[in-house]
Design a protein around this ligand. Structure first.
Ligand code: EPU
Length: 454
């Protein structure tokens, strides 16, 4: 298992291009199952989750080739897929358990093949993560759904085609992003019109609708809580460029702020980051649009932005919410930043109330944090100190890397395989900005001093 050794206090400076969005890519890849023609995605990041979904798609008869582009100035590689063989429609536990997002093959496979069997994803480090809304939505389209041996089996009505319906996708924590993607993809090939009410408004849902429409689907309203889909008979192949990753961008913005840095981010989806920008600006982080490869104002989702920071960080209150609210996927990174603010901040988690595994680890680095249920009070400290810490999930790991870069001394972040699920070569990208960070695999000895945080 790999770990990162980070020598803190280096100031981040330089330039980086934001990669294509992991969370947009996964349902886009699953949508390749909706057609027997070629689907080509550009700006696909080289990540463990993408590789796992490719493996799953291969099992389901969708062959793919990937041409990665690892440069710091690249936004990702090209992924070509073609679902030519529909004989196996079983997404097995062995693969789905490595990546919850495997559930996003359910809707496309059901719609195209009339049947899908997908292992029920288990809980994960950030909470229970049920899929009841996905199933409720597909049942509303006429699917018969059964659970057997831990597998969900979904069958279309006689004739093999789903039928359009009104579907309400609101749950106790708001809508569901992958559930909306599943129902929207399935409804694209259904007979008649589907209206999804309380749909997720995330930009990743909009990107999927854009690609589906380019494939011949008739989807309108994506990005709002009501999406209308008029079903069509078939969908064709497509070439599509994935939107940039707003979570990766938010992470590098926090990193710059914590190290008193000065960085320029190309391919930055500022238009999808207003809640994050609002909080960062309150804290004292300056994010200024500047001329870049595609020019100012050309595409608000692909902006060049310079990130700098005032020396004194102001405390703020933050509540995570569905888009366009503050994203849960940046909560941990913002907490790392607020650990160094001049006063008390309050962070409330409304999407995953248990998503606080980073709290205990940050405390080991000298942070002053008090948790009560879904709320953490962050009392800013003057400095964090290096320590060995344990990464527990993707965003918690990013938070610890950020804390390590701002801390005095050496931090060892163990189990960075979590990071590799969602950040492409994070250590190389941070090193390009001046961070002192190394990946050490367990086969190589770790210097004793480093292990002790010395
Ligand atoms: N929920 C239900 N029932 C459902 C589905 C969800 O109650 O059937 C609840 C969840 O437990 C949660 C809330 O609804 O409280 C929102 O969950 P959602 O379904 O929107 O999450 P998701 O689609 O499974 C995606 C991202 C997550 C991100 C969430 C919220 C992907 C692959 N994953 O998950 O990303 O946190 O939306 O924005 O798109 C990450 O990248 O680190 C990550 C966890």
């Amino acid at each position: 298992m790999d770990r990162f050794i980070i020598k803190g206090s280096a100031r981040l400076t330089g330039r980086l291009s934001i990669k294509g969005s992991k969370n947009a890519c996964l349902p886009l890849m699953a949508a390749a199952l909706l057609t027997d023609q070629a689907v080509e995605l550009a700006d696909v990041p080289d990540l463990a989750d993408i590789a796992n979904l490719r493996r799953l798609l291969t099992e389901l008869g969708c062959e793919s080739t990937y041409f990665p582009d690892p440069g710091v100035h690249s936004a990702g590689g090209v992924l070509r897929m073609r679902a030519g063989d529909e004989s196996n429609s079983h997404a097995r536990y062995d693969i789905v358990r490595t990546m919850r997002a495997g559930i996003c093959v359910l809707g496309p496979m059901l719609a195209k093949r009339g049947v899908a069997r997908v292992s029920m994803p288990g809980g994960c480090a950030i909470g229970d993560r049920p899929v009841d809304l996905h199933l409720r939505g597909l049942a509303a389209l006429g699917a018969e759904i059964t659970l057997d041996q831990g597998d969900i089996t979904a069958k279309a009505p006689a004739g093999g085609r789903l039928r359009g319906a009104r579907v309400f996708l609101g749950g106790p924590f708001g809508s569901t992003v992958l559930g909306t993607a599943n129902v929207m993809s399935a409804a694209a090939l259904a007979r008649g019109t589907t209206i999804i009410e309380s749909a997720a408004c995330e930009p990743e849902v909009v990107d999927l609708a854009t690609m589906l429409n380019a494939m011949g689907a008739r989807v309108s309203g994506a990005g709002s809580p009501r999406i209308t889909i008029e079903g069509v008979e078939t969908l064709r192949g497509v070439k599509h460029r994935v939107i940039p990753d707003r979570i990766e961008a938010g992470t590098y913005m926090c990193a710059a702020a914590m190290t008193n840095g000065d960085i320029v981010l190309d391919n930055c989806p500022l238009d999808a980051m207003l809640a994050v920008l609002d909080r960062l600006e309150r804290i004292g982080v300056i994010v200024a649009e500047q001329p870049g490869p595609i020019g100012v104002g050309a595409d608000p989702m692909r902006v060049t932005a310079r990130v700098t920071c005032s020396r004194v960080l102001q405390p703020v209150d933050v509540t995570t919410q569905p888009h366009p609210g503050f994203p849960t996927d940046v909560q941990a990174q913002l907490m790392a930043l607020l650990c160094l603010a001049d006063g008390n901040s309050v962070i409330t988690e409304r999407i995953y109330p248990e998503r606080f595994l980073h709290v205990a680890e940050l405390s080991r680095m000298g942070a002053h944090l008090t948790r009560q249920g879904p709320t953490v009070v962050v009392s800013g400290v003057r400095k964090l100190v290096g320590a060995p810490v344990m990464a527990s999930d993707l965003r918690a790991s990013a938070c610890l890397v950020l804390a390590g870069m701002a801390a005095q001394g050496t931090t060892v972040v163990n189990r960075v395989y979590h990071l590799d699920r969602g950040y492409e070569r994070m250590e190389e990208r941070l090193r390009a900005l001046g961070a002192e960070i190394e990946r050490v695999s367990d086969k190589e000895p770790v210097a004793a001093g480093a292990e002790l945080g010395g």
